[in-house]
Write a protein that binds this ligand. Sequence first.
Ligand code: GCW
Length: 667
Amino acid sequence: EDDDGYRLWLRYEPVTNAAIKVEYLKYASFIANTEKGEITGSALKELQTGLKQLIGKRVPAITTAGSRTGGVVFSLKPATGDSAAKEGYQIQPVSGNIVISAQSERGILYGTFALLRHMQMQQPLKNLRISSTPKIRYRMLNHWDNTDGTIERGYAGGSIWKWYELPERVDPRYEDYARANASLGINGTVLNNVNASARFMSQEYIGKVAAIANVLRKYGIKTYLSVYFAAPKTLGGLAGSDPLDPNVRAWWADKVAEIYKTIPDFGGFLVKANSEGEPGPQDYGRTHADGANMLAAALKPYDGIVVWRAFVYKADPDADRFKAAYEEFVPLDGQFDPKVIVQVKNGPIDFQPREPFSPLFGNMPKTPLGMEFQITQEYLGFAAHAVYEAPLFKECLESDTWVNGQGSTVAKVIDGSLHGYERTLIAGVANTGSDRNWTGHPLAQANWYAFGRLAWDHQLSAEQIAAEWTQLTLTRQIKSREHIVKMMLRSREIYIGYNTPLGLSRPWMGVHFAPEPWQSRGARPDWTATYYHRADSAGLGFDRTTSGSNALSQYRPQVQAQWNDPDKTPLPYLLWFHHVSWNKKLGSGRTLWDELCHRLYSGADSVSWMQQQWELARNDLDTRVYADVAGRLKVQRREAIWWRDAWLLYLQTFSRQPVPASLTPPD
Ligand code: GCW
């Protein structure tokens, strides 16, 4: 059996429950597909593949069911609703058949994957009634992949895009990538890094991109590109790239026309501008809105959109980076073209293990704001540590911004229900690479899965998704599944425990893996660790109240009230907002120093607990997957201790206190 993880959650293992198999066979005489479209063709192919493996039967395709019963029927209805209704699907038994109905081919495809998911979990079909529509319109992956095959912040090998052999050779893996995404409802993908090479705008690369787009299209996925803002100058040979210069505007209009001639359903552009040294409109004294609107104008004749990132901050030692995106973007609210979506990272700093939600959410009512989550584990232990991210995603989505009173959650901002955004978006920075199992760490597949499931329906729970994924991917045995799900659900909190407890942030520089909290203010102060955690002899943490940077003022009063009093701030957020003295008694009854020691120790110790959970599931796991994860957990255990000790030895130089004896029993 091919259990190297390549098949992800689409393994279609034979159904073992005899009664269920009998029931499934009752609906396996035919698949009726009246449509001749490419996407329903993919749905048909997937269903045939799935059923062959699940129940061992090759199910013939027919064009219409007529009066026949005992099959699966694709029923495409006229499109009447909005875009969400168009992508949704219904599945139900109707006079002896299972009918998948939808208003678009995509809906049929998503319904087919939902049916297959149901069958992989050996659920009965009798009384099956599923009706589902996506809550967010653009559900995308962002790849940070480069032309040379490397991936920025990628930990699962090189890029799956083989630029050097495209467009002539099209790797079959692109189709499996598309299947996996479509099975979750992901409908867009940005192929290249936001630190973009201008080469992607060259005729040569547009041809390569088109070859990939031809594959993704069959699975309802649109292709997008990141753009290098200065391309008119560097590639086009113009004097500059000023967004208000008519020559520059004409260059982009021509470029867009060229792209659409080759890729008629091109999705649009993703832009990182005036951020971390990337060029942008500010180089010409223009605003983010000027830059975004210029690209929107070029895209005007087409369906494509502009996704403009709000990840900006300046090298100012006196500024608080926390406040930067809000300060630059809120004043521009109302100035963006309707084709523009502003994409905001979940937190105000940078994908830390725990951040408060970005204060931009809720504060740009006239501009659709999209969510950017990072699936790849840049700050979560790469592919060495097991961290299940759904709790992180959910924590942000469920945060209450209070902008329109209680219940104004971040989820309601990005799904458009709070401000009536017409275009809504959620993006995940991909964790996929050329490793045979796609994500390096076998359990990191669950993060790709969880992102996709939440992009479709942010109301699903982290637990439900973990249980589903484990069952589809690792084992159907309930006991073992429970051990794994328990371990997944606690994994992020455990990581935070030994890595960034109590609201610490950015204890790393460089590659973002090793503990380096001692990195002090250097040439670029905001690229040193001490800028963030502010350890000194008095205490630890960043004061963001009125006595400090007052970043809290960017939130509504009710949110401020949760975080502005150090005595009331929930401990997980404490050091995000307060500089706390070492001996201050916290709500836990311990001093700050003792609490830190406690959390660092229990975090590191809990990795052993994770190892135990994994051992308890061993008998129901594939031997290779078992061994792979067991090995990585050993690495994680060693590195958790390394993190703990690095923090403690460093902070001790300020606190001048011992680690409580209860934590370090003599051996
Ligand atoms: O977290 C930082 C990363 C950079 C990344 C940047 C961004 C793509 O360290 O590698 O660049 O964020 O999101 O633009």
